[in-house]
Every structure is written in C-alpha cells, then in structure tokens.
Design a binder for this molecule. Structure first.
Ligand code: SF4
Length: 328
C-alpha cells in the first residue's frame, strides 16, 4: 500500500525503447523483514469474506476449486468484526473481500465501507475484477470513503486477458478503470487509490512492461505480484520447492474471516480447510492469540514439518510479495 512506502527510487527501465517513464515504489527493506515477524497482539491485516460470489472464473484463482457454498456475510457479524478492529487496531488494513467480487453486492456494498470508515478504520480496501464497476459504482466508491481499490487485469492484449480472466471482457474493464480515474479526477477526490494488478505468469510475462507503462500513464498505480498455488489448489510453476523456507506473511500478519464467521488458516485457504475459530462467538483477538498463535510460533521457529498439512506442503510463502509502480 502506498502509505507503507517510505521512499521512491528510479528504476532504469530499458524495454527496447530506452525510456524511463515510470518508477518503482520500493518497499522499505525493514518493512520487508517485518512482514515475516509475528504481528503481535492483533493482526495488521484482516480479510473479510463479505461475499464469496464472483462473476468470472479466472485461470489462476483458487476460487475455481472452491467447494464451500456461496454466501453473503450477515451485517451484524460484519459490524461485530469492524467494531473489534476499531477498538484494537484502527490502522489494520481491512480487505472487504476474500474470494468474491464486491460488485456482486451491488449497492449493498457501500454501507459496509461507510460503516468501517465511520468507525474510524484507516485503511479499508477492496479488490475486484472491475467488470461490474460502471459509472454509478465509481461515484459510489469515491463517496463511500474507500481507501484503495485493486483491479485485477493481468494482460495487455485482449487475447491474453481472455485466456486468464475467463468470462471477462478486456475493453469493458479497461473502460471501467479509465472511467473511475476520470471521475475521481473530476470530483477532485484523493481516494480511493486506484491500483491495477498484474499477476505475473508464463502466459503474460512478455506484456508486463507494456502493462506497467500504459497504466501508469493513465494515472493508475500498478501492482505486480507472483502467481500463487492457493495452498496447493492451483499450479504455480514459478514457485521453487527447493527454496529455503522462511515464515509466511499470510500466517504472521493476516487473519481471514469467512462469510459464516469461521476463521481459516490464511489468505490462500479459500475453502477453509483449517478452521481456527468462529467470530460469531469468539473475538478476533482470542482466535489470533489462540490457535493461530501456535501456527505463528511454528513458523517463527522454523518448525514447518509440524504445521497442518495444508501449510506444511504449501509453497505460497515465497509469493507473498509485490512490486509497485507509479508515473515518473
Ligand atoms: S505457507 Fe501457504 S498455507 Fe501456510 S500460511 Fe502461507 S499461504 Fe497459508
């Protein structure tokens, strides 16, 4: 996230045109190390599965393998979660979706944002495939006070996009993002920060430079991240089974709450294969300092063979990172 980045340095980019027209926004090295440490008494990232329906079937997404039923979080449960975050850690980054698309909620999405903002949460964000993000929703997003939006596009030409973002329409998503940027500009709104996301993989790696260049020129921020296996649910040949393991950011810093209140292992556990508790009848903190702390201790001590099988055999710990780019 842009506010966690301390300095900007120039990246010397020569993609055949010898131009330096965008720059990386580097993650501070200390912050990188911090991401592998236990967050302490309360997580600093909370993912909330407010809706787990989606309108696309993206090739790289763990959701394709999801077997748990679709659902929408009860607003009372959502309020209970937000109320606790507001007391324990207002600065936590709160993602308002886990494995669904927020626009599946239509206008029911905005009361979620405004409730969190009225409670004083400082970093309320969402990701989306952007297909349903029309002009109406762009205005509502801005008015809601949302801090940031991440729109997954992953391709620079329509053929690549269609292969990866199955069911999506390239021209439509590009138009929707450009419209959001335009409306934000007209409304002179500082928020939300608009990120377009590129999950780097064999199918699209040749388009990465053009993607970054194009979207930074449009005024968006660009996030590039590696492909994940979603704890073994999908393929990610980029991950190296022989790499020396270190503690996983997703275990050490994040808590992930399914729409029915169950807390699962991490952001890769789309089906809730490991359940640590339920926030309907427990607090976030008691689960965080209970069963999840035991897992964090195993990560910190390097006792990976004692982890539950889903985590023991997972390679996603090496993909919990991203690069960010902005206009020069
Ligand atoms: S290693 Fe995999 S399963 Fe374990 S916490 Fe990280 S992402 Fe989740």
């Amino acid at each position: 996230m842009i506010n966690s980045i301390d300095q900007k340095v120039k990246l010397d980019i020569d993609c055949g045109r010898n131009k330096k027209d965008y720059i990386t926004i580097p993650i501070n090295k200390d912050k990188d190390a911090e991401r592998r440490k236990d967050a302490g008494d309360f997580p600093d990232v909370v993912l909330i599965d407010t809706v787990n329906y989606c309108n696309l079937r993206c090739s790289m997404c763990g959701r394709r393998k999801m077997t748990r039923p679709g659902g929408i979080m009860d607003f009372k449960l959502y309020q209970k979660i937000v109320d606790e975050i507001a007391i324990k850690n207002k600065k936590a980054r709160v993602w308002l979706v886990f494995f669904g698309d927020p626009f599946m909620l239509q206008d029911r999405f905005y009361p979620l944002v405004t409730y969190a903002k009225e409670k004083g949460l400082e970093d309320v964000v969402v990701n989306t495939n952007g297909m349903l993000m029309n002009e109406h929703h762009s205005k509502k997003l801005i008015e809601s006070g949302l801090d940031a939006i991440y729109i997954g596009i992953d391709g620079f030409n329509p053929e690549t996009y269609s292969k990866l973002r199955v069911g999506g329409k390239y021209e439509m998503v590009v138009t929707n993002v450009k419209k959001l940027l335009e409306i934000k500009c007209k409304m002179k709104a500082e928020k939300p920060a608009v990120f377009v996301q590129f999950v780097e993989m064999k199918e699209n790696e040749h388009e990465k430079e053009d993607f970054i260049k194009y979207w930074t020129q449009q005024g968006a921020l660009v996030k590039v991240r590696p492909r994940l296996t979603f704890a073994g649910g999908t393929e990610a040949p980029n991950l190296d089974p022989n790499k020396k393991r270190y503690p996983c950011y997703s275990a050490m810093r994040t808590i992930n709450i399914l729409y029915d209140g169950r807390v699962c292992l991490c952001a890769s556990d789309y089906d809730g294969k490991f359940i640590a508790g339920n926030v309907w009848n427990e607090s976030i903190q008691s689960i965080w300092l209970g069963p999840l702390k035991k897992l964090r201790r195993l990560h910190s001590r390097g006792e990976y063979s004692s982890l539950p099988p889903i985590c023991r055999d997972c390679l996603d710990w090496q993909a919990m990172r991203a690069e960010f780019y902005t206009r020069n």
